[in-house]
Design a protein around this ligand. Structure first.
Ligand SMILES: *[C@@H]1O[C@H](CO)[C@@H](O)[C@H](O)[C@H]1NC(C)=O
Ligand SMILES: *[C@@H]1O[C@H](CO)[C@@H](O)[C@H](O)[C@H]1NC(C)=O
Ligand SMILES: *[C@@H]1O[C@H](CO)[C@@H](O)[C@H](O)[C@H]1NC(C)=O
Ligand SMILES: *[C@@H]1O[C@H](CO)[C@@H](O)[C@H](O)[C@H]1NC(C)=O
Ligand SMILES: *[C@@H]1O[C@H](CO)[C@@H](O)[C@H](O)[C@H]1NC(C)=O
Length: 614
């Protein structure tokens, strides 16, 4: 026996190959045939079998007890008491500084030191009927001259949404001229940020030297696009053209930008000098969120006249629904994520951020206020909106046309908001983490929502659309004893927790509030109540409420921070969710991104002429 014989004995594949070789068939042929059948199988599996076998779960129907009206008014009262607890702690230990540190009873000046918690809270007090607290806060606000102890830069975005928004909203609810005058002073003080070629604001302003402070030429979408509501309304109530001009300049710059590479959606970073996007990162979370929110809201605030902003809203939401929405493999949780395009490569992060939980509320608001399926009645030719985009984006739009747009937007809103809720309900604390990493694997790979929707449609639209029907909270991993069992339990949740903190944020309950108002579906109230109970149970301290770390464990830790938006937004939306009164109806008021309501207004003919508004 030769050495070759030994190899043949121990290696049957080599034996076969030698025998095939004798018949004139080489290994190369075999490999080719194998590769060919694998690719055939892959095509079959991915495109044919996948759409045949993609499991669509029927909805589960949960029973919510029909509460009496007294139950809800009592819950509204409990939220009001929570506000009083937080605000009294702030008054006692931190006023007139910016925020209370709720563990040490110290104060912190993290937003210019102009008493941000008080200013941010004014309209919440007014809506809750807390006249005493309001009267105590007012003199400080009226005396503030917005000076800084040192030569510090004032951050434009945060100062606008919290202070300017707070002042304007309190003015709108009281007609107190001193508040309007303060807003005018502040709006003017901030205005050097607009000294850019594009009209997009810089990050910050140095109020001593009057200079648009930051030298950074790259701006973040959320920060350069979230001030039009404030400046347009400020211009309306002061009659000053320069305020209005700041708002319209940004709208014009956005309308003019070439968005063909980003499918008609604003990317997250922009060159504020030349007014063009500098990346192809698309998101509804951090960096982006209120940039999308303000397109629809600017249209609504101006009594539905600002068509350019409406068109941007329709384009962006179409792109988001087609490209940023996915369902998880096991529980079919519907979520919105972010994508980065680089050359022909699209990287999908599959992260789902708490910040993105405002998005279902925005979609729901659009469904409530727009004739989404009759946009032609508003003079919008929808085909035209997409005609300059690359073919794949136009095609994607045509796919949406199999559905009523209003249905689709509402389903997306309900499904994503439910996932927001489940990220709370799944945790032992009942509080939702800042970021989760969705599982995108599974037998069918990642599942774009619209693909699942088409499968559902082709199968006769039975049951709830994918990702929309009621889902149970995660069973937990309490019974898992081995690593393998823990793995299985973790997989069955469909996501991992990336950032374990809950910063007392409002986005989830904000969406529950809007969904409750526009659908009357009591599930949103129950979900909001569960969130409020968890906040009371976990985050309450003797002097206020604290951000929570490790919400996904049985031993959460409190952080020494109570952000002003907890009083401005989280507690306001919870209160509005439970109270049967509707002091700020969604078709008469528009909430800025800090939950400060401004009344809808129309430009008069002379204002239009003076300000160059079409
Ligand atoms: C903070 O204030 C509350 C309420 O007055 C008090 O009960 C608590 O002991 C104080 N905490 C500290 C660390 O001083
Ligand atoms: C602004 O107010 C502060 C504190 O009340 C005061 O010290 C300062 O002199 C005032 N500055 C101006 C320019 O009025
Ligand atoms: C605006 O920018 C120009 C050019 O950079 C500069 O000369 C001018 O001083 C700036 N104005 C303000 C108010 O910052
Ligand atoms: C809408 O625009 C497309 C081209 O973009 C055009 O072919 C079509 O006629 C327009 N429809 C209406 C109703 O104007
Ligand atoms: C865990 O075990 C308990 C006791 O055996 C059982 O009642 C419960 O249903 C189990 N939970 C899960 C999620 O399997």
């Amino acid at each position: 026996m030769t050495i070759l014989g030994d190899i043949l004995r121990s290696n049957p594949a080599a034996k076969i190959s030698t025998s095939l070789h004798r018949k004139g068939i080489s290994i190369r042929h075999v490999a080719f045939a194998l590769a060919f059948s694998i690719s055939l199988w892959t095509i079959y599996y991915n495109y044919l079998r996948r759409s045949d076998e993609l499991q669509l779960f029927p909805e589960e129907v949960f029973y919510y007890p029909p509460e009496t009206p007294e139950v809800w008014s009592d819950r509204a009262l409990q939220v009001k008491n929570a506000f009083l607890h937080a605000y009294h702690g702030y008054e006692r230990y931190a006023f007139p500084r910016d925020e209370l540190r709720p563990l040490t009873n110290e104060s912190i000046d993290n937003f210019n030191g102009w008493g941000v918690t008080a200013v941010d809270s004014l309209d919440t007090m007014l809506l809750m009927g807390l006249q005493e607290e309001y009267k105590r806060a007012l003199p400080m606000v009226q005396q503030s001259n917005f000076s800084l102890p040192q030569n510090l830069d004032v951050p434009f975005f945060e100062t606008t949404i919290r202070y300017l928004g707070g002042l304007l909203s309190a003015y709108a609810l009281t007609n107190d001229d001193t508040l309007r005058a303060k807003a005018d002073v502040l709006g003017t003080l901030l205005s050097p940020v607009f000294n850019t070629t594009s009209g997009f604001p810089r990050f910050s302003v140095d109020t001593f030297s009057d200079y648009g402070g930051s030298h950074n030429s790259v701006g973040v979408l959320a920060e350069i696009a979230s001030f039009q509501l404030e400046y347009a309304y400020l211009g309306k109530v002061t009659g000053k053209k320069e305020h209005v001009d700041h708002a319209t300049a940004a709208t014009r710059a956005f309308a003019k930008a070439d968005l063909s590479l980003s499918g008609g959606m604003y990317p997250t970073r922009w060159d504020i000098n030349i007014g063009v996007p500098v990346n192809l990162h698309m998101s509804t979370g951090a960096l982006a969120d209120s940039g999308h929110e303000y397109t629809l809201k600017q249209y609504l605030l101006t009594a539905k006249t600002d068509k350019a902003n409406l068109e941007m809203y329709i384009r962006a939401t179409t792109h988001i629904i087609n490209n940023l929405l996915f369902i998880s493999p096991q529980r079919q949780l519907l979520y919105v994520t972010d994508i980065m395009t680089w050359k022909d490569d699209v990287r999908i992060s599959h992260q789902f951020e708490h910040l993105a939980c405002f998005f279902p509320g925005l979609l729901a608001l659009g469904v409530h206020t727009l004739p989404l399926d009759r946009l032609d009645t508003l003079g919008i030719n929808v085909t035209d909106l997409f005609k300059d985009l690359p073919v794949k984006h136009r095609k994607a739009y045509e796919e949406l046309a199999h559905f009523n747009l209003a249905d689709l937007h509402l389903w997306a809103a309900q499904g994503i908001a439910q996932t927001c809720y489940l990220t709370y309900a799944d945790q032992p604390t009942g509080l939702g983490p800042e970021t989760v990493q969705m599982r995108s694997g599974g037998p069918f790979g990642e599942i774009p929502w619209m693909e699942a929707m088409q499968v559902w449609r082709k199968r006769g639209r039975k049951g709830s659309p994918p990702g929309v029907g009621d889902k149970r909270q995660w069973a937990g991993d309490h019974n898992a004893t081995t690593a393998k069992e823990r793995d299985i339990a973790a997989n069955s949740r469909d996501y991992g927790v990336r950032n374990q903190d809950y910063y007392l944020r409002p986005e989830a309950v904000e969406s529950f509030y809007i969904l409750w108002r526009i659908t009357g579906d009591v599930r949103w109230r129950h979900r909001g109540w569960a969130v409020f109970e968890a906040i009371e149970r976990v985050a309450k301290t003797p002097s206020g409420y604290a951000s929570v770390n490790k919400v996904n464990t049985l031993k959460p830790k409190l952080q020494d921070s109570m952000p002003s938006y907890f009083l401005a937004e989280t507690l306001k939306y919870l209160y509005l969710l439970f109270t049967d009164e509707d002091p700020v109806p969604l078709d008469k008021w528009v909430f800025n991104t800090e939950a400060h309501p401004f009344p809808v207004f129309e430009w008069s003919a002379s204002e239009k002429a003076a300000y160059g508004i079409p």
